[in-house]
Design a protein around this ligand. Structure first.
Ligand SMILES: Cc1cc2nc3c(=O)[nH]c(=O)nc-3n(C[C@H](O)[C@H](O)[C@H](O)COP(=O)(O)O)c2cc1C
Length: 536
């Protein structure tokens, strides 16, 4: 299908399952009621960790650090033709009341090391790591990501997060933490510097000409000279241009600033809006922001996190969902959720009883530290929870289960496939980041049963394109270096363009590498060309 066709109005592509059944196996001819090609679904596989979703006490659970777990998980996801493997990041072990919060999976090996190792035991699946722009340095991270792109043959992706609390900062930053707005300014400058570095080697820089005694073509590796509010980076980059030139840029952040950052920079958003109506609102908001900055709507894929529970019948799945929910929200976990809002020790409360009648207090002791989930207005949240528990007759534990262990897709494989497809065809998302509840086998059943259902509906690839980069697998446009322009950030000046288009990709805007400018500074600005391949 053409990705161009996806950029049309959402309302005109209402999805009807009866139509799909008419042409179950013919992907290219499967169409919506008004004759448009169906959108192709993109899926990512989230390796579990650092939250209550993964039931580590389950008998099927294996190590979350042994390489055998990552290998099984990645190879299974590749069997299911997933677009990419996804790792979240926790830079500090979380605490509850000053103790390590070991109700969830605790401890995580370094992201790029794991992804590099996984690249050696897979061939096609993308490898996306969450790496903070607040607690890293662009030169070092650009090196790691370019290296991952090299060793994986063009399958690297970077989920650029700003990390939400100062607790992490005690491990990483000299001095104070950053205000939310500054975090995005830093992320912007971080990405700008990284792109300068990734663009600084011409495609044909390495000539290894023994006769001439030249390894690198003169003038083909430029220096950068960046001075900005956050970073000073001067010199040449260590790493030749990688297969994708840039990793695929993913973003996870929800505020207006976060959405603006995504609309300017991201190619994928990892969102928390997996429910149908909330998903449609988020989708329409973000795609509208793309319009405002002149980007094609298909140049950014929106993939909310989604959990699932399967059964042979809808009733059986619902029953399993209830069972898994109770495993995910143990009595202690339920209390820990409450404490994050009430800001005080609630361990004396009965989880089978009502919520505290008192309002939350200011959490001066830092009762829960290191969590992404933050409650901006604890009093409002506590009142809403109390109201809901009274209206629905829910105990503390049942209330927590209702929002923290509510599984996104529950049903038979056919029902789950149908629901996923409904979300995608009606622009509630472009696909999902699928999260299982055991590790590392949590997605095996999904691959065995849901994936074939999606394939039969003609909305999901039956195989990868041989040699495709992650960006091509996602059906995203290829970024190409354009002629430089003023960035207005730091003192990086207008200079020569970086060289030709991304390796192996023919692009319209081919430029020559002319070496450093007089002041040694050079900036390359990237734009998005036509899609490198159609979405599959
Ligand atoms: C779905 C989602 C997943 C996130 N995952 C991570 C993560 O793995 N590591 C991290 O440091 N921050 C993570 N964050 C935090 C964001 O990077 C960001 O700091 C936070 O959401 C605050 O920004 P915002 O106000 O724009 O949402 C995540 C945020 C969202 C919405």
């Amino acid at each position: 299908m053409s990705t161009q066709s996806q950029s049309t109005h959402p309302q005109s592509r209402q999805f009807h399952s009866t139509q799909l059944q008419a042409t179950p196996l013919q992907r290219s001819t499967a169409r919506t009621e008004d004759g448009r090609p169906l959108k192709q679904i993109h899926l990512a596989a989230h390796f579990p960790g650092v939250n209550h979703t993964t039931v580590w006490s389950d008998g099927n659970q294996a190590s979350q650090v042994a390489f055998s777990s990552f290998r099984h998980f990645a190879q299974n996801a590749e069997r299911g033709k997933f677009d990419f493997l996804f790792l979240a990041e926790g830079l500090r072990v979380r605490e509850q009341k000053g103790l390590i919060h070991d109700l969830d999976v605790v401890g995580r090996p370094n992201t790029t090391a794991i992804l590099a190792a996984v690249s050696a035991v897979t061939r096609h699946i993308g490898l996306v790591g969450t790496l903070s722009a607040t607690f890293n340095e662009p030169y070092e991270l650009a090196r790691q990501l370019a290296s991952l792109d090299h060793v994986s043959g063009g399958r690297a992706g970077w989920n650029i997060v700003t990390t939400s609390d100062a607790f992490h900062g005690e491990n990483f930053r000299r001095g104070a933490y950053l205000d939310p707005a500054d975090r995005y300014r830093r992320a912007e400058e971080f990405l700008d510097v990284a792109k300068q570095l990734w663009s600084s080697w011409a495609d044909d820089a390495v000539i290894a000409d023994a006769a001439a005694g030249e390894f690198v073509r003169p003038g083909a590796v430029r220096s950068i000279d960046h001075h900005g509010p956050q970073f000073d980076v001067t010199g040449r980059f260590t790493t030749p241009v990688s297969p994708q030139r840039y990793p695929v840029i993913v973003q996870a952040g929800d505020s207006p600033d976060g959405r603006d950052f995504a609309s300017q920079n991201a190619e994928v958003i990892f969102s928390r809006h997996s429910e149908y109506e909330a998903g449609r609102q988020f989708y329409s908001d973000v795609k509208g922001r793309l319009d405002a900055v002149g980007r094609d709507r298909d140049s950014l894929k929106i993939l909310p996190a989604a959990t699932f529970i399967l059964g042979d019948t809808a009733d059986e799945a619902a029953e399993r969902s209830r069972e898994v929910g109770r495993l995910q929200i143990s009595p202690q976990t339920a209390i820990s959720f409450l404490e994050q809002v009430w800001g005080t020790d609630l361990s004396g409360y009965d989880v089978d009883g009502p919520l505290p009648a008192t309002d939350p207090v200011e959490d001066t002791a830092g009762i829960a530290r290191g969590r992404v989930r933050q409650f901006a207005d604890p009093v409002a949240v506590s009142r809403a929870w109390r109201q809901q528990s009274e209206a629905e007759g829910l105990s503390i534990r049942e209330l927590v289960i209702s929002f923290a262990a509510k599984h996104t897709f529950v049903g038979t494989p056919a029902q789950v496939a149908e629901t996923i497809n409904r979300h995608v065809q009606n622009d509630a998302s472009d696909g999902f980041v699928i999260v299982g509840h055991t590790s590392p086998t949590g997605l095996d059943e999904f691959v065995d049963t849901v994936i074939p259902e999606l394939q039969e509906r003609g909305v999901y690839r039956r195989d990868y394109d041989e040699g495709a980069t992650l960006r091509q697998t996602l059906g995203l446009p290829t970024p190409v270096p354009l002629r430089a322009r003023e960035k207005g950030m730091g003192s990086a000046a207008v200079a020569s363009a970086a060289g030709s288009a991304a390796p192996g990709v023919s692009a319209g805007a081919t430029t020559s590498a002319s070496g450093d400018t007089a002041d040694g500074a050079s900036t390359v600005v990237l734009a998005h060309s036509a899609p490198a391949s159609t979405a599959r």
